[in-house]
Design a protein around this ligand. Structure first.
Ligand SMILES: Nc1ncnc2c1ncn2[C@@H]1O[C@H](COP(=O)(O)OP(=O)(O)O)[C@@H](O)[C@H]1O
Ligand SMILES: [Mg+2]
Length: 408
């Protein structure tokens, strides 16, 4: 196949890959309705009676909790609403302080978003502020600006920068309050050193964004697949999505970061595509996860007891055979383990010892083990491997076992 053929070939996995890019704004935001409604409340007066007040709101939360996407999609809604239903037009501008590190640069970005033509040089910050105000005043427009990654601005430009921004609406206020602000922080520690007066103007309206649980991650991923149409529904199944939920969900010891979850899904899709498959399988997810978080505990695995290694290899083999499944009952694993012991010519350990091994491997985060829910007769323990690619594990375990046995 020529490289051109790859570009012309239709994907069996992705319906619209752009929808997995980090800056795509989805139509629906599962589990962020409450945060969106709070924003709506805070801005109600500003939107219904433009000019009457200036609003300042803080969004705070860890990476990938949806702060940026909620602010942007709120901005989009406001612009649409004001175009059709409001007396005056309200514009939205979004500035990321990683890219715009000074007040001047922030003002430049806001002006650019409003399509104001400004000279590149020879303009002071005050002149820029005046230009912005003049534009809003003469065209009778209002502005909501989001200052994203504001922690960074506070760290690099000092707190005066934040303080001056909070006063922006007052500086340009003649008769009407034309500017409102949304600040986005990862945490509020940088606010503590702000002057009391600035602190109090800011601390009234805080919306907290909690890390996503695995169930929430699962909903977000399915929404990206079904409602947004990023991936063909036939190309994926619950098992795969649940595995990502387990890796990323905050309640399962993950970071609760939706960006990570989407990135894993995207990369897993790429792996399936490389191998010309029509479906994404758990092994694609394990590989993808290891690309983004290389957490393979090689030394710990080498230090395992011989029988623990054999038990782990038995699990790897089972999961490799059951390509589409992420967990197997302990009884079946024992069976496979016994067979493997026979192959290697060693005496298998008893059930209680194996049970201890499983607990140990679980505590090391190499395998997952939990009581079964529905679908199995009686209660049984289901064991699986979530984060390490089976291929990598298999190779290492075989070498290790053979070395322990003195075969090689
Ligand atoms: N509730 C949600 N529904 C759909 N996608 C979400 C949701 N929360 C976050 N995302 C997606 O996850 C990624 C990270 O979100 P983002 O808003 O950039 O997080 P933050 O700004 O808090 O770090 C983005 O691609 C975003 O579209
Ligand atoms: Mg963000």
């Amino acid at each position: 196949m020529w490289v051109e053929d790859i570009w012309f070939k239709k994907s069996k996995i992705f319906r619209d890959e752009r929808k997995l890019m980090f800056d795509y704004i989805p139509k629906v935001l599962p589990h962020r309705k409450e945060e969106m409604l709070k924003l709506g409340e805070y801005f109600k007066e500003f939107i219904l009676n433009p000019g009457s007040i200036s609003v300042k709101v803080i969004l705070v939360g860890g990476i990938g909790t949806g702060k940026t996407v909620v602010a942007k999609s709120f901005g989009k809604k406001i612009e649409e609403f004001s175009r059709t239903k409001s007396k005056s037009e309200i514009r939205y501008a979004h500035v990321n302080c990683h890219a715009h590190r000074t007040l001047f640069s922030i003002m430049q970005k806001i002006s650019a978003e409003l399509r104001l033509s400004i000279p590149r040089r020879g303009f002071s910050r005050e002149e820029l502020i005046y230009l912005l105000w003049n534009y809003l005043e003469s065209s009778d427009k209002y502005l909501i600006a989001t200052i994203d990654e504001a922690d960074f601005l506070a760290r690099t430009s000092g707190f005066e920068a934040i303080y001056e921004l909070t006063r922006l609406s007052e500086i340009v206020n003649k008769e009407k309050m034309r500017i409102s602000l949304i600040f986005i922080f990862r945490d509020l520690s940088s606010l503590l050193s702000l002057e009391k007066s600035a602190q109090s103007t800011l601390s009234h309206n805080i919306i907290r964004f909690e890390p996503y649980t695995s169930d929430q991650i699962i909903d977000i991923l399915w929404a990206r697949i079904k409602e947004e149409g990023a991936i063909y529904e036939e190309a994926i199944n619950d098992e795969v999505i649940e595995l990502i939920g387990e890796l990323v969900g905050f309640d399962k010891g993950g970071t609760g970061d939706a960006r990570l979850a989407i990135e894993i899904l995207h990369r897993a899709g790429k792996y399936a595509e490389f191998e010309d498959r029509e479906v994404i399988i758990p092994e694609d997810v394990r590989k993808a996860y290891n690309d983004v978080i290389p957490s393979f505990p090689k030394e710990e695995i080498k230090a395992l007891k011989l029988n623990e290694k054999i038990l782990l290899l038995a699990l790897v083999r089972l999961l490799q055979r059951k390509k589409y499944i992420t967990k197997v009952p302990l009884g079946i694993l024992e069976f496979e383990y016994n067979e493997l012991c026979e192959e290697y010519g060693i005496k298998p350990r008893r059930h209680t010892t194996l049970w201890e091994y499983v607990q140990h491997l679980k505590n090391m985060d190499i395998i997952s083990a939990e009581k079964s829910k529905r679908g199995y007769r009686g209660k049984t323990t289901l064991v699986g491997i979530s984060s390490v690619p089976l291929q990598t594990l298999e190779k290492l375990l075989k070498e290790e076992i053979e070395r322990d046995l003195g075969v090689s």
